[in-house]
Design a protein around this ligand. Structure first.
Ligand SMILES: Cc1cc2nc3c(=O)[nH]c(=O)nc-3n(C[C@H](O)[C@H](O)[C@H](O)COP(=O)(O)OP(=O)(O)OC[C@H]3O[C@@H](n4cnc5c(N)ncnc54)[C@H](O)[C@@H]3O)c2cc1C
Length: 464
């Protein structure tokens, strides 16, 4: 057994990868860590109550309490050591939140996509790295829910929902980047197995994942991609060493190397040729929304922190918040945050109610990433020299916000897709194709809304 001491928190785990025995002892010192006191960026109800139910509000409180008490005390240590947070990742998964869109029948929460946004937003508000960790494995759920056989669902979904298994999705390659069809990794059929060869890079949760959803070539062209579930301890699969990045310290987005990795045909998701659909649908329906939520959480932290700073920084007998130029910048940040949040909640509400919403999901990612980065710049300007030092979180927020630019498509890629929407040349709608599955993922929310008589109960009921 190895023991790591983080900020007065003892975390014990066995040295075997992905088999961590969690013995977290939250010391008295951590329990007494002062709570976050910055002013809230926007009153909770303003842009959200149209979409949220009491169940969402209870979930938010629960996640926020966890993030403040269990994640925040570890953040400075995570920034200092910059290593992958195996034990904290597992502890977060064990709260059941990776299974928020998995139905109760498979052990999940069945609360849908807006609830998923709230979970990621609240964790990311405290730690972008752990928010990214949560989203990466929630993204890994999509392919099993939408393409898994009943046998595969029964095998994997309960373990994911309980936090015992962290899934990933592995599509990107060194030379093809965001151009999925340019991938070169292969799977060759050999009897009842496939032999996988090639490399996947920038894979979210690469170093904590237990089962990787890998898309590779089984043939030529767009019909030549197929998806496989590959357990992390399978011979022939190895990890490149963890590389330090600019931000998101504690999160891994590293490299998987396949070298004659033998995978049973029973691990194939869907049919041969379904790989492109697995990759695209996961990216649009989960990836866009998840990264939207990470940006939103970071953005909220940026605004909270900057308002608190501006109010506390004296100038001419008042605070700098009274100066018109500062108030104007704060107003711009608040406006961006409200618009970004509205886009995020609207898009996921449409998913939960089984409506066609690919452009809304794409736009939400674009708006949230761009606005969080814009607000990070405004925040740095308001902090001026004070923002450059690592004793304040603002430079961390700036670094973390930039990390959300590339995954699930850069802003140029989102704009290209929205251009196709404008021109009427968009090719199909994943939200329409998987409307039943998306609405089903919020089944428990509908049951709760019925009981609570919540605001959007009618809309949720209409989707069932
Ligand atoms: C934090 C993080 C987490 C990630 N998680 C995952 C994951 O879980 N699974 C996974 O498979 N991948 C993941 N990725 C990889 C991510 O999907 C890629 O970074 C993304 O697809 C872009 O690829 P690239 O970075 O290689 O850039 P490239 O595709 O090489 O793009 C380089 C530049 O060219 C532009 N460009 C590219 N193509 C076009 C085009 N057709 N038209 C106009 N401009 C274009 C881009 O906008 C960009 O500015 C993650 C990346 C990050 C940073």
């Amino acid at each position: 057994m190895r023991t790591a001491i983080f900020n007065n928190v003892d975390l014990e785990f066995s040295g075997k990868a992905n088999n961590y025995v969690l013995v977290a002892r939250w010391s008295a010192a951590v329990a007494q860590t002062p709570r976050y006191t910055a002013l809230p960026a926007c009153r909770e109800g303003i842009v959200t109550s149209y979409f949220t139910t009491d169940r969402h509000d209870r979930l938010r409180e629960q996640v926020r309490e966890f993030a403040e008490s269990k994640v925040r005390p570890l953040v400075s240590e995570m920034e200092a050591v910059k290593s992958v947070q195996h034990t904290l990742s597992r502890l977060i998964a064990q709260q059941g939140w990776i299974g928020v869109t998995i139905g109760r029948g498979y052990g999940g929460m069945g609360l849908g996509h807006l609830a998923k946004t709230i979970i990621i937003e609240e964790i990311s508000r405290v730690s972008g790295a752990m928010g990214a960790m949560v989203q990466a494995s929630q993204l890994g759920v999509a392919k099993i829910l939408n393409f898994g056989s009943e046998e595969q669902k029964n095998k994997w979904l309960p373990a994911i929902a309980s936090g015992d298994c962290l899934p990933t999705i592995a599509v990107t390659e060194p030379d093809s980047g965001g151009f999925v069809l340019g991938m070169e990794a292969t799977a060759e059929r050999e009897g009842d197995d496939y032999l996988l060869n090639g490399r996947k890079v920038y894979i979210g949760n690469s170093h904590v994942g237990d089962v990787h959803g890998v898309v590779v070539r089984t043939g030529k062209g767009s019909a030549g991609l197929s998806a496989f579930l590959v357990e992390s301890d399978r011979p022939g699969l190895s990890l490149a060493p963890h590389r330090e990045a600019m931000g998101l310290h504690g999160f891994s987005f590293g490299e998987l190397i396949f070298s004659d990795c033998r995978v049973p045909a029973a691990n194939r998701l869907g049919s041969e040729g379904d790989g492109l659909a697995v990759a695209y649908s996961s990216s649009i329906l989960y990836g866009r929304a998840n990264l939207t939520a990470v940006s939103l959480g970071i953005h909220r932290a940026i605004v909270d922190e900057t308002v608190a700073f501006a109010l506390s920084r004296p100038r001419h007998g008042k605070s700098i918040a009274e100066m018109p130029s500062i108030k104007l910048k704060l107003g711009q940040m608040q406006s961006r945050l409200m618009t970004a949040r509205l886009a995020a909640y609207h898009a996921t509400h449409l998913l939960d109610t089984g409506q066609s919403c690919d452009p809304e999901l794409i736009n939400a990612k674009l708006i949230n990433v761009e606005y969080a980065i814009d607000s990070a710049r405004s925040a740095m300007e308001i902090h001026s020299a004070a923002g450059l030092f690592t004793d304040r979180p603002i430079e961390r927020y700036l670094r973390d916000a930039f990390h959300i630019f590339a995954p699930a498509g850069t802003s140029d890629i989102q704009l290209l897709r929205l251009g196709e929407t404008a021109l009427g040349t968009a090719k199909g709608s994943w939200s329409e194709r998987f409307a039943r599955e998306s609405a089903a993922s919020a089944g428990e929310l509908r049951a709760d809304a019925d009981r609570d008589g919540a605001l959007c109960a009618d809309k949720l009921r209409a989707a069932s």
